[in-house]
Design a protein around this ligand. Structure first.
Ligand SMILES: [Fe+2]
Length: 328
């Protein structure tokens, strides 16, 4: 019986396919399995970037890419699940982009603004700063700073060592919607004032305090502005895992770009696109695709602090959040 249905469908397709093409149409039954899967189907695969290797590459590129282009002196994190970089930007997960960016001592990364929402997690900083919406914010390792959509911003470094951060933007959404554009500011810097109390700045010390106030093996802290997510698209969270502990996390329709803030260990990721165990240490970055079973293991020697950029805001705002608490 199944064979005769298949034969009928095949015949129907053959009879009308050419006519459909002429009339800008297409028989849905030939592609339905590509539209509706039985489980969420990210393209991203579990991937990692080792800090030692990437810092070396950044220092090398900084020898040649001049200060005038410092706002673009970034090494993008390309998820191999999407193949070669052929479009306007790579995907780090299916919904968010990340890269490593470096500003050398004395440099100014020229001012501009864009529709894409950007966040930066500071990996190394002597006296680096971001200026956003007229607020000049000096940044330390582990700090998070926001540059919301269409706010003027520029970056600089008043220290003696390079400042490096992980950049994260909602570019994949704009690639789809074709909505991102930018405007350069007429001068390299925007008039600003130094502030120690900005709504765009999240100091690591407060994050760690929030994590250390929890006494479970896995502590989680969600970054919020006035009790709400700081962006409609990008979210951020930090986690602490006590030394020697292994914690498993329910799978959900959220993807993660993890940055190791402190400590070492490994994470086993069983994603719809494949399985991997990634060993990591301080400042390494790794990706957890959506709908992955995840187990983090902290080493025996030290408690581990992880930071993660996520698309949780986007997923929640669109009502796409699903969590699977069943055991893998
Ligand atoms: Fe920017």
């Amino acid at each position: 019986m199944a064979t005769s249905i298949e034969t009928c469908v095949e015949e129907a397709t053959t009879r009308i396919m050419d006519q459909c093409k002429e009339k800008n149409s297409w028989p849905m039954w030939t592609v339905n399995d590509k539209i509706s899967k039985l489980v969420p189907n990210p393209r991203a695969v579990p991937t990692s970037w080792k800090w030692d290797e990437m810092k070396k590459l950044m220092l090398e590129s900084a020898k040649y890419v001049p200060e005038e282009m410092a706002e673009r002196r970034a090494l993008m994190m390309v998820n191999p699940g999407f193949g070669e970089v052929t479009g306007p930007s790579p995907y780090t997960t299916d919904t968010i982009y990340a890269g490593f960016q470096m500003v050398l001592p004395g440099e100014t990364a020229p001012a501009h603004r864009h529709i894409a929402f950007a966040v930066r997690f500071i990996q190394e900083s002597g006296n680096g700063f971001t200026s956003v919406a007229g607020q000049k914010i000096y940044l330390q390792q582990g700090d998070l700073v926001l540059t919301p959509s269409w706010e003027w911003h520029y970056h600089g470094n008043d220290g003696k060592e390079p400042t490096v951060w992980v950049d994260c933007l909602d570019i994949p959404l704009h690639v789809y919607a074709r909505t991102n554009f930018l405007e350069p500011y007429p001068t390299a810097k925007v008039p600003d004032l130094v502030t120690n109390d900005s709504p765009f700045h999240f100091a690591w010390s407060k994050t760690q305090q929030a994590l250390d106030s929890q006494d479970t093996p896995r502590a989680v802290y969600h970054y919020l502005s006035n009790g709400s997510p700081f962006s409609k698209t990008i979210g951020a969270q930090a986690e602490r895992i006590l030394k020697g502990h292994s914690v498993s996390v329910a799978r959900e329709t959220v993807s993660f770009i993890y940055v190791v803030r402190r400590g070492q260990g490994k994470t086993t990721i069983r994603a719809p696109t494949g399985e991997a165990t990634i060993e990591w240490k301080e400042k390494d970055v790794f990706v957890v695709p959506a709908w992955s079973w995840v187990t983090h293991e902290a080493s025996e020697s030290d408690d581990v602090y992880l930071f993660a950029l996520t698309d949780r805001s986007l997923v929640d705002n669109l009502g796409l959040g699903r969590i699977d608490y069943s055991k893998p």
